[in-house]
Design a protein around this ligand. Structure first.
Ligand code: FAD
Length: 324
């Protein structure tokens, strides 16, 4: 059975927080494999990101996944950050380099001690093994017996770019980068958004030929308005999806635009699963209705169950991360 998972971003206001937690209840009820929470590359979202992760960890049975970035950090700062998240009980990470700070260009001296996400993957493993070098586990078939393990294993996901990272020199560089991240200890990849199933399916074929073996989950975003589409294209550098752009422009009301966005994302999800994708990762923008409608359309979810009498639609704000 294909998996599904969601991405949230930490809220910036009390009203947005209330709306997020209402949406969270609906997302959790759907039974995702995990819910990831973005992290601002300037470190400003450390506390709010941790608060959302703690809410998922303590209040639900869904696995929280923390995005972490390393851009601009010293080794000591990055290690401290990782330790803090591990201490909070988080054992799944999406290790990212993070975007350059506003105004800085790629190639400027903004990186800090860790030059790439692959180095952050290694550091997470190192901090984890220093923190819990030994652990014991049950021995199957021998009730009460315990054996030594090498410590609790963390899940470390990394980003992948089916149409290339905006600043990479070639497709080969992106594949090399992904392979290096797996060699560093990553065990899951999540893609940047894209609009054609063949972009993902062709990329996965090339990644497999290059030696990448980890699961690669396609990231899908229902695009609910022409403005949102414009912003996403600016940030991600993706090519204009001509049909989606036209259908959004032709839709009269915002409800019709949202329906267009859901319809396109559903068709994409359907084609991806038909092409062999192991699941889908949905960018929610902290709204549950569109992504749950996509999952229902693809056939991964039944009809909605009532959650709370005071259900309202959460307000829409900008995501923490700079890239789409
Ligand atoms: P890397 O894997 O380090 O790669 C970055 C670039 O450097 C690529 O062009 C790569 O080809 C090149 N490169 C890497 N290593 C080498 C090398 N050894 N030699 C030459 N070139 C190399 N950003 C946030 O700030 N917060 C978030 O929460 C966040 N979540 C994201 C979630 C997903 C699913 C995705 C796809 C992106 C997310 N981003 C987030 C954006 C991400 O931080 C940016 O895209 C960033 O510019 C690159 O990060 P990376 O982890 O891919 O970096």
């Amino acid at each position: 059975m294909p998996t599904f998972s969601f991405e949230l971003y930490p809220p910036r206001t009390e009203a947005a927080e209330g709306a997020l937690y209402l949406s969270l209840a609906h997302l959790v009820a759907a039974g995702p494999e995990f819910i990831s929470v973005t992290y601002g590359a300037d470190g400003s979202s450390r506390e709010p990101s941790l608060a959302v992760l703690a809410k998922i960890l303590d209040g639900t049975d869904v696995r929280p996944m923390a995005h972490l970035t390393c851009v601009g950090s010293s080794y000591a700062q990055a290690s401290q950050l990782i330790r803090e998240f591990l201490d909070a009980g988080i054992t799944s990470f999406l290790a990212l380099r993070g975007d350059p700070p506003a105004g800085a260009a790629e190639g400027d001296d903004f990186l800090g001690d860790l030059g790439s996400a692959g180095e952050l993957v290694q550091l997470i493993h190192r901090v984890q093994s220093e923190r819990a070098p030994f652990a014991f586990e049950d021995v199957p078939g021998f009730p009460g017996a315990k054996r030594l393990t090498s410590g609790e294993k963390v899940t470390i996901a990394v980003a992948a770019f089916p149409n290339g990272h905006p600043r990479s020199r070639s497709v080969d560089q992106d594949l090399d980068t992904l392979l290096a991240k797996e060699a560093a200890g990553a065990n899951l990849a999540i893609t940047q958004l894209f609009f054609q199933a063949d972009d993902y399916l062709g990329f996965v074929d090339r990644a497999r030929s290059a030696g990448v073996t980890m699961r690669i989950l396609p990231g899908i975003m229902p695009v609910l308005s022409p403005n949102r589409l414009r912003r996403i294209l600016e940030l991600s550098g993706e090519n204009i999806p001509v049909e989606l752009e036209r259908d959004l422009a032709d839709a009269g009301s915002s409800a019709e635009q949202a329906a267009v966005g859901v319809r396109h994302a559903t068709a994409l999800g359907h084609d991806l699963l038909a092409g062999g994708a192991p699941g889908i990762h949905l960018y929610t923008f902290n709204k549950h209705e569109p992504v749950l409608a996509v999952l229902r359309g693809i056939g991964l979810l039944g009809e909605p169950q009532p959650i709370s009498p005071e259900e309202t639609s959460p307000e829409e704000t900008s995501p923490e991360r700079v890239s789409a």
